[in-house]
Ligand binder design. Structure first.
Ligand code: ADP
Ligand code: MG
Length: 395
């Protein structure tokens, strides 16, 4: 009788504890995401690369100055120009430092949010360095390998209470066409050639939860961080030989690596579906500089169109317009679940410190300032809805 009583009491206590646990984990998510929101929906970071050796040899002068960690000054003959962003990183910033703020976004993706990090800037300004870096060299890995490591680390730490499933797709947008890099990669692995026009048709659709899916694209499971990076590397390798773009360089196309994160909570029996997109945009420079051929002009026009569409979407979000022109371009359509709404976006504007790049640098900074404007406005509107979504997860 006594034991029965004790057991009953213990069960009651367990139930209480479970209730407390659930309450606590909901609160944790809520505070976490509130804190993130206070920093704005779209955060803009500016990163300047260091001088390259050939620039030092040629005695190029620096036009940039960093008065504090949110301001960048461009020195000009007549009047200097100042720009303020959420954070500014000078040429001496390390990959680790730059990742520090991005680290938190991995938690958000696991909580069921769409997270998107993208790099904007002229070719040679450090976009790929920021997004990918050189993971094979200690300390040189960029945001993608570091976030992937963090994701699997968190999954491991939480494995008592949650099960995490990771998968990915990898798409390149070249001349307004979608190219499925993982399809090309898998054909190559099988020793098969991809003939132009023979690839499966890709359609940009939304699933019932509003998540963008690329219908027809290969989605691969990622059981470990190593496997995820192997897939990413292999996808990157076939970038140059994509059947629709025989002789284009990678800087002429947008690269989208989407990591899908499904977290099942064993206690609440709910699944949160998040996505972390890593986007290395095509170089933003004007066509003229590179001595354009007809092909190059076509590329440049297509890049120009997509980057201005991206700017327009962001600007429409900033002024709280009802209609957001996501459909104007494939780039913005693919990114539509990662800009505005519940998404958390981090934009890097990458720049060069050198005098001969000054014009492009100013153009990039002005573009990024337009993005920055929405930071404060968008956040007030959707705070409560966002917290609600994170509390509920999805069924
Ligand atoms: P983008 O992708 O914008 O064309 P890259 O990332 O390829 O530019 O950078 C151009 C060159 O500068 C590369 O050789 C890269 O390794 C180097 N680089 C860029 N940013 C940094 C940095 N912060 N620290 C060291 N090297 C850098
Ligand atoms: Mg690049």
């Amino acid at each position: 009788m006594e034991t029965k009583k004790t057991m009953k009491a213990q069960t009651k206590q367990m139930n209480e504890l479970e209730k407390l646990y659930k309450k606590e984990s909901v609160l944790r998510k809520r505070y976490w995401n509130m804190m993130e929101d206070m920093k704005g929906k779209i955060r803009v970071y500016c990163r300047c690369r260091p001088f390259a050796k050939y620039e030092i040899d040629r005695k190029c002068q620096s036009v940039v100055d960093f008065p504090d960690d949110v301001t960048i000054k461009i020195k000009q003959e007549r009047n200097d120009k100042e720009f303020v962003y959420d954070q500014c990183f000078s040429g001496t910033s390390s990959q680790e430092e730059v990742f520090e703020d991005c680290r938190r976004l991995v938690q958000s993706a696991m909580d069921g949010y769409n997270v998107c990090v993208f790099a904007y800037g002229q070719t040679g300004s450090g976009k790929t360095w920021t997004m990918v870096g050189k993971p094979e060299i200690e300390g040189c890995g960029g945001l993608t390998p570091r976030s992937i490591d963090e994701l699997f680390l968190l999954a491991e730490q939480n494995k008592q209470t949650t099960t995490t499933k990771v998968s990915c797709y990898m798409i390149e947008i070249y001349n307004d066409n979608l190219v499925d890099l993982l399809y090309i990669m898998s054909m190559k692995e099988k020793g098969k050639k991809v003939r132009a026009g023979s690839e499966p048709r890709l359609d940009i659709k939304k699933d019932s939860k509003g998540m963008v899916v690329i219908q027809g694209a290969v989605v691969l499971e990622c059981p470990t961080a190593e496997r995820t990076m192997t897939i990413f590397d292999a996808g990157n390798k076939v970038r140059h030989v994509g059947s629709t773009k025989m002789n284009a360089e990678s800087s002429r196309s947008h690269l989208i690596f989407a990591v899908l994160v499904e977290v099942y909570d064993k206690q609440t029996k709910k699944t949160a579906n998040g996505k972390f997109s890593f986007i290395d945009l095509a170089g933003s420079e004007r066509a003229g500089k590179t001595g354009a051929t007809a092909d190059r002009l076509k590329e440049a026009m297509s890049i120009n169109k997509s980057l201005s569409a991206l700017g327009n979407v962001i600007s429409a979000l900033s002024t709280n317009e009802k209609f957001i022109p996501y459909r104007d371009n494939k780039l913005t359509l693919v990114m539509s679940d990662s800009l505005g709404g519940n998404a958390k976006t981090l934009m890097f504007v990458n720049i060069s410190p050198a005098d001969y790049n000054c014009e492009e640098t100013l153009t990039s900074l002005v573009y990024a300032s337009r993005v920055k404007l929405i930071t404060n406005e968008a956040k007030q509107e959707k705070d409560s809805a966002e917290v609600r979504r994170s509390e509920c997860g999805s069924e």
